[in-house]
Design a protein around this ligand. Structure first.
Ligand SMILES: *Cc1c(COP(=O)(O)O)cnc(C)c1O
Length: 387
């Protein structure tokens, strides 16, 4: 029998048993009080995560990219100018999506692994205004957490809307929709919240609704106005048949998440991130990307000299059933990535590092057996010492 895969990738992330049970339980019919309660609870929890009192939060059946597509369709008209700071695979997704939808897209190229520089964004907006900037908070391809608060300030000052992909960051690292002046933020069920893939959610500011009024791109399935109308029914609904089971799972996942709360989740992600980074360094490997002490979602690691990074992720999977993520775009073959946000414990990290040590040794990279595990244990033990 195949054993379950050990996922140490940045989404989908491992799913807790409570969530699996909830999504495997009998369907709640999607029009009526039962589903209405699920939607009300999930929406309230998500507002807490987004840190918003003012925004509407809408839920749609789609992967994260569907939520991103809905943002473009609902806010813009053909030919609208937007600015995309390019710093990895997911900011390129914004570029490709906005271009496909007929927007006029300008880019500021920061380079993969870089933090986007707010002053370069300010210069670009001063040179020529844009209707919006399209940001990615956690650039999953490089591990870099982008300075969204500073970037949003620059955009707000220049009168541009701020549209943010928070798919792999919401619930993992701090975010503040209202305080940071964000207009649209798109999240997904299968990342930090540890539910199954299938639900995207979008927070929408008053200014974004105003832009929506005159937005002329064609839209139907993702039309936010229709979602809002159904969400405002006495028993909230989705306009179309939603992913009911995923919603039942997401409800359970958020209940679990909020048992310990947002701050505990941030602390846990910081700790697991530090343990992974210390562990990997103890094997003589170099970490990739800027801002390592704030990159709590994903760690990108340079493969050792002479070993193709894809070989590492292939071999650890075939030998140990452990899933790491390969490098994307120009980083293919150069880096591999460990995801450590969502439902991970200390022992999950230790187990993954042990598998990595053995894999590297089998591929001919000299390791001191146990070195990564010992370093990670050191991080956990220090954190556990009272006082
Ligand atoms: C995972 C992810 C997405 C969404 O991808 P889907 O496969 O469509 O769910 C979008 N942006 C970022 C930054 C991601 O990590």
């Amino acid at each position: 029998m195949d054993r379950p895969e050990i996922i140490l990738a940045p989404g989908p992330t491992p799913i807790p048993p409570e969530v699996l049970l909830a999504q495997g339980s009998p369907l709640v019919y999607h029009r009526g009080p039962g589903f209405g309660r699920l939607m009300r609870d999930v929406t309230a929890r998500l507002k807490e995560l987004y840190r918003t009192d003012r925004a509407d939060v809408l839920l749609m059946t789609a992967s994260g990219t569907g939520g991103l597509e809905s943002a473009v369709q609902n806010v813009f008209s053909p030919g609208d100018e937007v600015l995309v700071p390019l710093a990895g695979f997911f900011s390129e997704r914004w570029l490709n999506l906005a271009t496909a939808m007929g927007l006029s897209v300008r880019t500021v190229e920061d380079g993969w692994g870089k933090k986007v520089d707010p002053s370069r964004l300010a210069d670009a907006l001063a040179e020529r205004p844009a209707k919006a900037i399209l940001l990615t908070q956690s650039e999953t391809s490089t591990g870099v957490i982008q300075p969204v608060e500073e970037l949003a300030r620059v955009a707000n000052d220049a009168g541009a809307l701020v549209v943010a992909d928070v798919v792999s960051s919401l619930g993992a690292v701090p975010f503040a929709f209202d305080d940071w002046g964000i207009d649209v933020a798109v999240g997904g069920s299968q990342k930090a919240l540890s539910a199954s893939p299938g639900i995207a959610f979008v927070a929408i500011s008053e200014r974004a609704w105003e832009a929506h009024e005159s937005a002329a791109l064609p839209r139907f399935y993702f039309d936010w106005s229709i979602y809002r109308r159904f969400a405002e029914l006495p028993d909230p609904e989705n306009p179309w048949t939603p992913a009911i089971s995923v919603m039942q799972g997401l409800h359970a996942a958020l209940e679990l998440y909020f048992q310990d709360g947002v701050d505990a989740a941030y602390r846990r992600h910081e700790l697991l991130s530090r343990a992974v980074k210390e562990g990997v360094k103890a094997l003589g490997l170099d970490l990739f990307g800027e801002g390592l002490d704030t990159n709590w979602t994903v760690t990108a690691i340079n493969a050792p000299e002479g070993i193709d990074a894809d070989l590492i992720s292939d071999r650890i999977r075939s030998d140990f059933g452990c899933i790491l993520a390969p490098g994307q775009g120009p980083l293919k073959g150069k880096v591999f990535r460990i995801g450590h946000f969502g439902y991970f414990s200390e022992l999950d990290i230790i187990r993954g590092l042990a598998a990595l040590e053995m894999t590297l040794e089998r591929l001919g990279h000299p390791v001191k057996r146990g070195a990564a595990v010992a370093s990670a244990e050191g991080v956990f033990q220090e954190a556990a010492v009272p006082g």
